[in-house]
Write a protein that binds this ligand. Structure first.
Ligand SMILES: Cc1ncc(COP(=O)(O)O)c(C=O)c1O
Length: 376
């Protein structure tokens, strides 16, 4: 059976060019980068080359990039360190963040008594910027603002520039979870200053278990993971050399034709949106489909009825791979903290279709036909 993969916000397949540059670091160039002899030096050099490439894409200094195991570790590091080392005593976030953020701030709030405020969310799932300003204005202690650049379930994008300006105005530390936008959009930390941002290689055809944390040179934190002196004493543990090399190559490839890919991505998403509406005119969508939204995510809101009861399972049986929310709720109908927060009174079954730059109209066509068939 032909399988159609439309769950690229969960993860993406590694592309052959990326695997090719990784392989030598899993085989003959196996040295530990901390070793001083040639094996170690060549591994170390590969890491530093990768760091330079990544820095170029974010328009920052190589010394501001730290390699991690992924988005979760990077968010944990930024949030914990901002509280421990930067004097933040009040966390401001949104109720529709990824659990890597939400569970971290809830834990800190409960275990350390740090104040936690949630910004209001508008009726189509955007962060209410006025509500953020209101909280910042009334805060009596230094704030950490942690808000995702793009929501992984509904695709809504934050006005990061507005948030960055507000954080500057109120002297707050800003962390943005950019896991869904690094490798998908141009991000320039000179134009839009943040203190911390993160990325995960597997969201743009790089290897799983690889990530970055950008730490603005102006902030001075202590390591979160203690141990060896890797990553300039900031993140202990023997480096995932092949993964780091793969991360940088995947990012290079992702940014190679970024303008054309973004344009093509929006065309594909709009095409699917229109085709679904032609097939089922009463269909609703979760989040802001048209305006400030990721081109890679289209979240459909099916009214819960007999047909939708087994929809995800039936799509899977037809070879169509999509998810019900984030990767952790794949397969489960509902159960999404994002959807239930934005639409508290509606009984919606969210189905997220998400694309990569390799997704095609033909794949969309097959998926739409199947959805129509299963819903009629
Ligand atoms: C927005 C967002 N943040 C954080 C993460 C966690 O990233 P990782 O799985 O690399 O730890 C994900 C992954 O699903 C994500 O989509």
């Amino acid at each position: 059976m032909q399988r159609i993969y439309l769950d690229n916000a969960a993860t993406t397949p590694l592309i052959p060019e990326v695997l090719e540059v990784m392989l030598p670091y899993l085989t003959e160039k196996f040295g530990n980068p901390s070793s001083i002899y040639s094996y170690g030096r060549e591994a170390k050099m590969a890491i530093e080359e990768a760091r330079k490439k990544v820095a170029l894409h974010l328009n920052c200094k190589p010394g501001e990039i730290f390699f991690t195991s992924g988005g979760t570790e990077s968010s944990n590091t930024a949030i914990h360190c901002a509280l421990r080392d930067l004097g933040c005593k009040h966390i401001i976030t949104s109720p529709i963040e990824h659990h890597a953020t939400l569970h971290t701030v809830e834990y800190i709030n409960k275990s350390q008594g740090v104040k936690l405020s949630y910004v209001k969310i508008t009726e189509n799932g955007h962060v209410d910027i006025d509500s953020l300003e209101e909280i910042l204005k009334n805060a009596t202690e230094k704030c950490l603002v942690t808000l995702m650049h793009a929501n992984n379930e509904i695709g809504n994008m934050l006005d990061l520039e507005a948030v960055s300006n507000l954080c500057k105005k109120y002297n707050a530390i800003l962390h943005s979870d950019t896991v869904q936008t690094v490798g998908h959009f141009k991000i320039d930390v000179q134009k839009t200053p943040v203190h911390f941002l993160n990325g995960a290689g597997h969201k743009f055809h790089g290897p799983k278990g690889t990530g970055i944390l950008y730490i603005n040179n102006e902030v001075n934190i202590q390591p979160y993971l203690m141990g060896g002196a890797q990553e300039r004493n900031m993140r202990a543990g023997t480096e995932n050399v092949a993964g780091i090399v793969g991360f940088a190559k995947a990012l290079d490839l992702a940014m190679e034709n970024i303008d054309a890919d973004v344009k093509k991505g929006y065309e594909l998403k709009n095409y699917m949106h229109e085709e679904l509406l032609k097939a089922i005119p009463t269909l609703k969508f979760n989040g802001d489909v048209q305006e400030q939204s990721l081109y890679s995510v289209l979240n459909v809101a099916f009214d819960v009825n007999d047909n939708t009861e087994m929809l995800l399972m039936n799509l899977d049986m037809a070879g169509i791979c999509v998810s019900g929310g984030s990767a952790c709720s794949s397969g489960a109908s509902g159960g999404s903290h994002v959807i239930s927060h934005i639409y508290p009174t509606e009984n919606r079954l969210p189905v997220r279709f998400s694309f990569s730059r390799h997704s095609t109209k033909q794949e969309v066509d097959i998926a739409v036909v199947k959805v129509k068939e299963l819903m009629s």
